[in-house]
Design a protein around this ligand. Structure first.
Ligand code: GLC
Length: 727
């Protein structure tokens, strides 16, 4: 039976059966009077015993956008995708699923519609792979909420989607600073010396991460005192130098008698169970572990409370990893593997059996059968197989963490990264894009994913800059860091055993270039923070494909340039040894600023069109839209080091431009009580010169420190006009 409800004018919900309440949606749809219907708009459907298949014929010109954290092009057409969260560290193009499950997409063509399938088990989306003209979606459940969004405009569809699933998470302002990570900085001394290097080399940095080796035997919520003596003192000293420390927290709890977290979880029955009632056991970093039953609110509350000691020591940044959840192998899986090997051992000539061993080893990890073999105890007493709600494990873990942090930190904001996620998690956590590789091909993957994840509500996100697996080259880290400037989360991270890739890990010329890149990022923080907050207030993605913003068919398949806020278009370089790239400049004139250093200006003006633009290794291509303004400041060692009293407005104005600069304390939730400023900056061309002024919508609650704005205004001939206003 299908029921239909018009939620808002342009959002229709079709309900199949009795869906699991995922928590993705913030609108309370349970109180409403549904109308029974036979058919659904948009799709042909085929309801089976344990699945529903939705089909839609695609026209030649239809594009499909969205699906969040996924591979494939920006236009998702022509590939199969699978929402079944997976710890897959090799992001090769044929892969169908990564860590997050984000079943929201837009079909854009003859008509433009958004589709969100709220169902937490496996969803396969064939976007015209088997049959070029068919979109076929197989949901492995008959209990589904299917939302359809209608509007001619893709940006409005995303806005409606966000009105349904809630507004994105707001990190502290310092989370827009540069962040350094590595698996693993092994001890206190190393982390301190990393911090000192940043300061002595004059490279800004705000956050340093602790990967799994800070723990005692990988036991979550423990610290190895031998490696990190006097942990509280260590955190305090790093904070004094302007560094936030962000430890990793994995879900797997090591099975070890006497280990408090394990003992408590076990005695209270907080771990996922097998059918026979025993705790489900899988192996991850600590060895044999149990998996907290995050689908249960009591367990989430317990887990959230476990952060207390770390928070007390001054930590307000964490990353939740391995929460698909990752399972390297289970005891049963291993037993079966050994018996296969034993059988093969008996053969004189194993021949091709070698490959079955290889496949069997790979097949041990993250197996569907393992996910089908354990259960969750829900709040209402019902027991549900993990496989049915698999895609929510990371969502619930991050929810446990964020609820815990909100309680422990009160009015102070936190930074949280989660590897796995589901739609709705964007309200309380950010995600990073998992284990990419130091491959050039993964820069363009990063560029596409930033756009697709923004469409699904994950505005604050980013990839491991420089690449996680494999050895990075200096050139790769430089080009990738240039993209990092336009990535809300700008974190350099690399895997155990790979070459170091901190800004100073190569040669001094590379260090100089990366320093300038990071300084430019810091110079842009007033713009980035202002644009981020406004994107949330207006439910409009911070990062948008150019084709969503400008209406020109030529832009349709441009996926390697994107709008970053209202004034900037980024066009990162993502191929090696390139002295530049092709750029399509839509609709208006553009100021092309090749940024070597936030203080130099190498600018030129372009009319709309396609161009090859030269760009040296030490230059970041930054395009400023005609009649728009970018606000900058002098970079600091870390966000908040000094009060910002002066802004620099770099503008490209052929007629008039205005910019609303938003700011707040960057640390608390007081902005919700009106403690923020909107500073309106205006530039108007008149008689071959420019008039500039600004006015405040300063609330009585929040004091604006800005005293001076320096203007650097470029006209259509690239001539610069400078002005200063103070108050
Ligand atoms: C996983 C994470 C990676 C981390 C590693 C060790 O592979 O994705 O970021 O460094 O585990 O904890």
């Amino acid at each position: 039976m299908i029921k239909k409800y018009e939620i808002f004018k342009n959002i229709t919900l079709f309900r199949f059966g009795d869906p699991f309440k995922t928590g993705a949606v913030v609108v309370d749809v349970d109180q409403i009077n549904f109308k029974e219907v036979k058919d659904i708009y948009l799709f042909d459907k085929n309801v089976g015993l344990d699945k529903v298949v939705f089909n839609k014929t695609l026209s030649a010109g239809d594009s499909i956008y969205g699906l969040g954290e996924n591979l494939g092009s920006l236009n998702k057409r022509g590939k199969i995708y699978r929402c079944y969260s997976s710890d897959d560290f090799l992001h090769t193009p044929e892969k169908e699923a990564l860590y997050g499950s984000h079943p929201f997409f837009i079909i854009d063509g003859d008509e433009t519609v958004g589709v969100f399938i709220d169902s937490p088990s496996e969803i396969k989306i064939d976007a015209g792979f088997k049959d070029t003209n068919l979109l076929s979606i197989e949901v492995s459940s008959t209990d589904i909420d299917l939302y359809i969004f209608r509007s001619k405009n893709k940006i409005d569809i995303i806005g409606s989607f966000l009105s349904l699933v809630g507004t994105p998470y707001i990190p502290p302002k310092w989370a827009f600073g540069y962040q350094q990570c590595r698996w693993s900085y092994p001890n206190r001394e190393t982390v301190e010396s990393i911090g000192n290097q940043f300061r002595s080399l004059d490279i800004p940095c705000d956050v340093i991460y602790l990967d799994i080796d800070y723990m005692k035997d990988y036991k979550v919520f423990t610290v190895d005192e031998n490696k990190f003596p006097d942990f509280e003192d260590f955190i305090a000293k790093m904070l004094e130098k302007g560094f936030k420390i962000a430890p990793i927290i994995d879900p797997g709890v090591k099975i070890e008698d006497g280990y408090e977290v394990y003992e408590e979880g076990k005695s209270k029955g907080y771990f996922c169970k097998k059918e026979n009632g025993l705790d489900f056991v899988g192996t991850v970093w600590p060895g044999a572990t149990c998996y907290p039953d995050f689908a249960n609110s009591k367990v989430r509350e317990w887990w959230g409370g476990l952060y207390e000691e770390m928070v007390k020591s001054g930590i307000c940044a964490f990353w939740n990893d391995m929460n698909e959840p990752a399972i390297f192998f289970t005891p049963d899986g291993l037993k079966n593997f050994y018996s296969l090997v034993d059988k093969i051992k008996e053969k004189k000539d194993p021949g091709f059996d070698f490959f079955s061993i290889k496949d069997a080893v790979n097949g041990l990890s993250n197996k569907r059968e393992d996910y089908q073999s354990f259960f969750h105890n829900l709040d209402d007493g019902k027991v549900i197989c993990h496989d049915k709600i698999h895609n929510l494990y990371g969502f619930f873990m991050a929810l446990a963490t964020s609820d815990g942090l909100k309680k422990l930190l009160g009015n102070k904001r936190y930074l949280l990264l989660s590897r796995s996620s589901y739609i709705g998690a964007h309200r309380f956590t950010s995600i990073w894009m998992g284990d990419n590789q130091s491959w050039w091909e993964h820069i363009i993957v990063n560029i596409r994913m930033l756009q697709s994840l923004n469409m699904c509500g994950f505005f604050y996100t980013g990839a491991d800059i420089g690449g996680f697996g494999c050895n990075s080259s200096a050139e790769l880290v430089i080009r990738w860091s240039q993209l990092g400037i336009f990535s809300p989360l700008f974190r350099n991270h690399s895997a155990l055993g790979t070459r170091n890739q901190e800004p100073w890990a190569f040669d001094s010329a590379t260090t100089d270039i990366i320093r300038d890149i990071i300084k430019f990022r810091y110079a842009l923080i007033p713009y980035i923070y202002s644009e981020y907050l406004k994107s949330i207030i207006n439910s409009r993605c911070l990062i948008l494909p150019v084709s969503f913003v400008f209406d020109d068919p030529i832009l349709k398949n441009i996926e390697d340039q994107f709008m970053f806020g209202e004034s900037i278009m980024a066009a990162p370089i993502y191929t090696p040894n390139s002295g530049g790239r092709y750029v399509t400049l839509p609709d208006v004139k553009w100021l092309c600023w090749k940024v070597k250093n936030f203080d130099d200006r190498d600018v030129s003006i372009y009319n709309p069109g396609s161009y090859f633009i030269n760009c040296e290794l030490d230059e970041t291509l930054t395009f400023v839209k005609e009649n728009s303004i970018v606000v900058l400041t002098r970079p600091q060692n870390y966000v908040g080091e000094k009060k910002i009293t002066e802004l620099l407005a770099v503008a490209f104005v052929t007629d008039r431009a205005s910019y609303m600069y938003y700011d707040d304390d960057g640390e608390t939730y007081d902005f919700q009580k009106g403690k923020f400023i909107n500073l309106n900056i205006f530039i108007e061309k008149s008689d071959g010169d420019y008039e500039v002024y600004f006015n405040d919508e300063e609330s009585a609650e929040y004091k604006n420190d800005i005293r001076t704005i320096k203007f650097e205004i470029y006209d259509e001939n690239g001539r610069v006009f400078t002005k200063i206003i103070s108050r």
